[in-house]
Design a protein around this ligand. Sequence first.
Ligand code: ATP
Ligand code: MG
Length: 498
Amino acid sequence: MAEKDTFDEIALLVRARYALIVLDTREYDRALEGLGRIAADLGLHLFTWTRSRGMVRGTHASDPVVEKSTDPAKALAWILEQGAGLFLFRDLAAHFDDPAVSSHLLDAIGHFNSKRGAIILTGHDTSVPDALRPHATVLDLPPPTFDDYRRLLERLIREYSAKMPVKVELTHADRVRLINNLVGLTMLEAEKVITKLIVEDGALRERDVSRVTIAKRQVVEQDGLLEYHPASDKLDQVAGLDGIKAWLARRRPVVADPRRAEEFGLAFPKGVLLLGVPGCGKSLCAKAVASEWGLPLLRLDPGNLYDKYMGNSEKNFKRAMQTAERMAPIVLWIDELEKAFAPTSGDSDGGVSNRVFGSFLSWLQERKGDVFVVATSNDVAKLPPEFVRKGRFDEIFFVDLPRAAAREGIFRIHLSKRKQDPKAFDLAQLSAAAEGFSGAEIEESVGSALYAAFAEDRALTTADVLGAVKGTRPLSQLASDRLQQLRAWAAQRTVAAD
Ligand SMILES: Nc1ncnc2c1ncn2[C@@H]1O[C@H](COP(=O)(O)OP(=O)(O)OP(=O)(O)O)[C@@H](O)[C@H]1O
Ligand SMILES: [Mg+2]
């Protein structure tokens, strides 16, 4: 539902004599503006109560205080002496523990049996006490849309241009990117960010586009559950995994223009689960997707999710997912899924992780917003089977040990990263020698060969790297039974990543 529809809906409810409406939002100013509009349409006065000022008639700081009491119970009792009106209470939920408040609220609801109007509560995550629930209608104020931010940007450019010279040097594409970067901020936050960009140097330029991300990063990291990762290598720095790369490439146009894709009947992709052998590029791939698609990468840190109080862990998880949705479009990376979300048997932790696991499963299926999840796991034995069922992820890929061509690619990438010219090496020979090696093991051989060469103060050669390869026993040899089991398991349930 768009913002306009939400306020239309409230107007409709007031006309239909719904006496208690809860508008869930963290954007009080937007709520105030919209309610001011519908009050005028309905021909009702709007009264607003805040803990700091008491009851005011109107929505502005300069509007008159009509009831001084900052005690919410008294302010509610005061309504009974009034006629028609819309009575807005900000953050009243903080006072629901006080029985006087709930009981006065019930009385005040009765007032509207004979008078026009309603009581409207705003705040974030308002939970309505049981006694009031039958009377309350709860609505969410949806987050601002692309068009809301576009209008805000246009308005601010207009307003500042009237006061000072403002140079706008944005191409159409820059402008779209700038607005996309604002997505996730509240209107107030977005206004502050744009104002700062304009006022600082009297101009809006291409470089301002990325500066919006810095402001967003601060918002994301405020609650410590999601970590913002700066852009890393792109997919060309990942060797092999052609199956995943092709799959991602097909979805790239959808991610680049989700609105047009939607009109075409295509939804934003949900995500992928990457399972497989340790050290073969799962985490690497997760990071590369975000860079490749030009989306912010947020990593869920399960360590901060859990709390000894079940209620807190669940709340933490929901808050993290709300932030993720608010920041969309994003890539949400959940590394080592089995560690974060394995339900526990018995109740060693009072069932905390079972509850969080349940919340996560339903979020995976019902989430809103353009959040592409990349989850990884290398221990399928511990991975709850629920994750592998259809509908949770768009696709489940099995990342196996790299084959000959991919191994060559991995040598090439890691030699280049260490300032070596790959053309000076016999990559085919190296690749053949490193059969059964993971990407991480190949990377390590290059590194250790380089140490040896540096110590002897000479250039690195194929023979050095071969020596390092021959001196390594790869994990696949040490744990070959496990590898076979993993492959057999994956053959039935997953798609090959390569
Ligand atoms: N396909 C690849 N191309 C380039 N480098 C690779 C590749 N696979 C692995 N590497 C190198 O090995 C390192 C470790 O890989 P990564 O962390 O992605 O493994 P993983 O599959 O997530 O393993 P784990 O299951 O242990 O978490 C990477 O940082 C990268 O340097
Ligand atoms: Mg990993």
